[in-house]
Design a protein around this ligand. Sequence first.
Ligand code: COA
Length: 260
Amino acid sequence: MSFTNILTEKKGGLLTITINRPEKLNALNRETIQELNEALNLAHHDEEVRCLILTGSGQKAFVAGADISEFAHFSVEEGRKLSHDGQVKLFDKLENFHKPVIAAVNGFALGGGLELAMACHIRIASDNAKMGLPEVSLGVIPGYGGTQRLPMLIGRGRANQLIFSAEMINAETAASWGLVNKTVPQEQLLAECEALADKICKNSPKAIAFAIEAVNAGFEDGVNGYEAEIDAFGRAFGTADFKEGTTAFLDKRKPVFAGK
Ligand code: COA
């Protein structure tokens, strides 16, 4: 399948998706969100794909936000729909994706761009990255999950500071606040993410999917995360991956997981 606004590259079990609108600092327009949705659907059904990296094209930006030119004239109803559709099509889908997604934050991650990185399971940033939620400077608020995911990641006080001030923080501060796991020189960013993806790809895809489910359950309203963990733990025992993993350990060999 060919896309206009994104590039996809498969290498072994790793799928790298690159948002490719560098002249607009990879701003997320509706078409890009739709294409990302479709790329995730394809990755969902592709058994070869075990881990994903999401990044932006060029040296300057991961994603500089939702495309402001698309919503500048929106009504109340259109604004609500923009937020709702984006959350369903992309942001919630990413967070609940059953294969790990690593955000390689290679520059500006602002507004919808930071929200996109936060919806991924893991974030690694290049040392030139700048992050923030500048929406209130435009008279709006974060609408792709930013008011929820930012406090979860860095605590309410720091999240309030970033959201109310619209200020940007650099990669070093982002790492010290836990917004990204690690900061590396820009030229090492993809290699760093790929090395992590390699480790992930060696493990049981089934177990990882269960782990994503259990971790996310703890952040869902009205769901008991411990019970969700017990349930997912139990289901893991019914998988071929579990048999392979335990048998390989006892046989003193490396497991080969089929993801079943
Ligand atoms: N939506 C639409 N277009 C955007 C964009 C966005 N979120 N962010 C950048 N662009 C476009 C610019 O309009 C410009 O297009 P043009 O060349 O056709 O005029 C191009 O990308 C380059 O951006 P520019 O502003 O010239 O780069 P810069 O280096 O001077 O500034 C930023 C970089 C990131 C500080 C600045 O682009 C910016 O503030 N972007 C908006 C960030 C934002 O508010 N995001 C939240 C949206 S909800």
